[in-house]
Design a protein around this ligand. Structure first.
Ligand code: ATP
Length: 214
């Protein structure tokens, strides 16, 4: 059974730093597809600037052109905070036969111990950590210990059902793109063009969305 990738985020806005690594993970691990899951009520950060409807629309416009991507609205449709552990429980119910792989950039992985019920994540899914410029693998602390206990170098490990084995963690090199939504928002607010940092299909809408600073 080919695994399904899960990429959660605020996507405020979605950019090539999300899309290119997600596509590379999908191809390198032979995944069936990657589900892009916009968070409704982010729990680890400040509220997004763009509306939920707008962030979803951008994702849908982008995914419409890429067969490997599916926009998944389960966090949008539920009223509880966007805890990933709850999202994974729901995904296990929907896709009980398939291994699930939670895709996290290294920055997000380093913060994972602050997540709600973080110690349960690996009983629901594997974690694929993609390199992100500026962030190194953890050397000490609880996340480093988790990595030492669960790291795998075998892509084939991810094809075993996590419910049977307990999830594994795979660190995967991907093309390094030093792009963040924060920088794109700041650029637009200063009147700069974010062209070639995100898909052209959403560029005009993104420029309209983040007001010019006075
Ligand atoms: P912001 O700048 O608003 O904090 P962001 O660009 O970091 O946003 P998020 O939506 O918070 O984007 O990130 C969702 C996921 O995508 C996280 O797992 C994050 O690590 C990953 N990610 C975002 N940008 C990159 C990038 N340039 N390279 C690799 N992973 C990335």
């Amino acid at each position: 059974m080919r695994p399904i990738g899960i990429l959660g985020g605020t996507f405020d806005p979605v950019h090539f730093g999300h899309l290119r690594p997600a596509l590379e993970v999908c191809e390198q691990l032979g995944m069936d597809h990657v589900r892009l899951i916009p968070s409704k009520i982010p729990v680890h950060r400040s509220q997004p600037l763009a509306s939920l409807e707008q962030r979803v629309e951008w994702l849908q416009q982008v995914a419409a052109e890429v067969p490997q991507f599916v926009v998944d609205l389960r966090e949008v449709e539920r009223d509880t905070p966007s805890w990933m552990v709850v999202t994974l429980e729901s995904l296990v119910t929907s896709f009980s036969q398939r291994p699930l792989c939670l895709i996290l950039g290294m920055d997000a992985f380093l913060q994972v111990e602050s997540w709600h019920r973080w110690d349960e994540l690996l009983s629901l899914a594997h974690i694929v950590v993609t390199h992100r410029p500026g962030f190194e693998r953890p050397q000490q602390g609880r996340v480093a210990e988790l990595l030492a206990a669960r790291e795998s170098n075998q892509v084939t490990d991810l094809y075993q059902l996590p419910q049977q084995q307990g999830g594994r963690i795979l660190l995967l090199p991907v093309t390094q793109l030093e792009i963040s939504a924060t920088v794109i928002r700041e650029m637009v607010a200063q009147g700069e063009d974010p062209r070639f940092l995100l898909p052209d299909t959403i560029r005009a809408s993104v420029i309209n969305q983040y007001p010019l600073e006075e």
